[in-house]
Design a protein around this ligand. Structure first.
Ligand code: PGA
Length: 261
């Protein structure tokens, strides 16, 4: 059985002081929700706040994560952050988010380099895939997510692959308030993402890999996703910035895990 994982992607939001405030508002409730180990909860603040957030979740069952990283371990790469800098602070790193692909030139090839570097330095990647609106309307969803999965997982051994979390985030659903339907997201994840992983690694590994849904997840619509068999949690943007909303989403993930048990 796959443990649901809920990650808050704060994006470029919250100053250090605000990050402190948000974690203080989240910590007790999320600790209670994650205490039995039925669900994993990850907070992904901007790099600047990561040491503070990591410190604040130390000794709790909560995890910290980064939103990006470079693949080299050190050197003349102005403005970049290395895996060796992150792995002393956090366990997870979001890689290949559609905003990174759209605004910062990330490709399947660079995502693959980052995935390999993360795994080599004991960071668990959360790899984002998803089609944009034009691709969706042109019926290219399957081809796009399959290509992105193959690209991100290129040359990865089965054991490494099994430790990766995939986030299915249709670009048209991110930050738009227009979420995918639960059944629609479940179909893309079950048929196209797990289908591609099964072609690469076999059915057992494909079934072991966790796949989140992301894109306008809120406390109101979360049940629609967490009642689907192939959706193992959520990558949450906007609603992760509001303590009560993120707590409600984490609580829904816990209920999903308890129902499945
Ligand atoms: P959203 O963002 O929840 O604000 O749509 C999700 C994401 O981009 O990870």
């Amino acid at each position: 059985m796959r443990t649901p994982i809920v990650a808050g992607n704060w994006k470029m939001n919250k100053t250090l002081a605000e990050a402190r405030e948000l974690v203080a508002a989240l910590r007790a409730e999320l600790t209670r929700i994650a205490a039995e180990g039925t669900v994993q909860i990850v907070l992904c603040p901007p790099f600047i706040s990561l040491p503070q957030v990591a410190e604040m979740v130390k000794g709790t069952p909560l995890h910290a994560g980064a939103q990006n990283m470079f693949w080299e371990v050190k050197g003349a790469y102005t403005g970049e952050i290395a895996p060796t800098m992150l792995n002393e602070l956090c366990d997870y790193v979001i890689l290949g988010h559609s905003e990174r692909r759209q605004y910062f030139g990330e490709t399947d090839e660079t995502v693959n380099k980052k995935v390999k570097a993360a795994l080599a330095h004991h960071l668990k990647p959360i790899v984002c895939v998803g089609e944009n609106l034009a691709q969706n309307e042109a019926g290219q969803t399957q081809a796009v997510v399959s290509t992105q999965v193959r690209g991100a997982f290129k040359d990865l051994a089965r054991d490494d692959a099994a430790s990766i979390v995939v986030a299915y985030e249709p670009v048209w659903a991110i930050g738009t308030g227009k979420a995918a339907s639960g059944a629609g997201a479940n179909a893309v994840i079950g048929l196209h993402i797990r289908g591609t992983l099964a072609e690469l690694y076999g059915e057992a590994t494909a079934q072991a890999i966790r796949v989140q849904y992301g894109g306008s997840v809120t406390p109101k619509n979360v049940a629609e996703f967490f009642t689907q068999p192939d959706i193992d949690g959520a990558l949450v943007g906007g609603a992760s910035l509001v303590a009560a909303d993120f707590i409600a989403i984490a609580q829904a993930a816990r209920e999903r895990a308890l129902r499945a048990a």
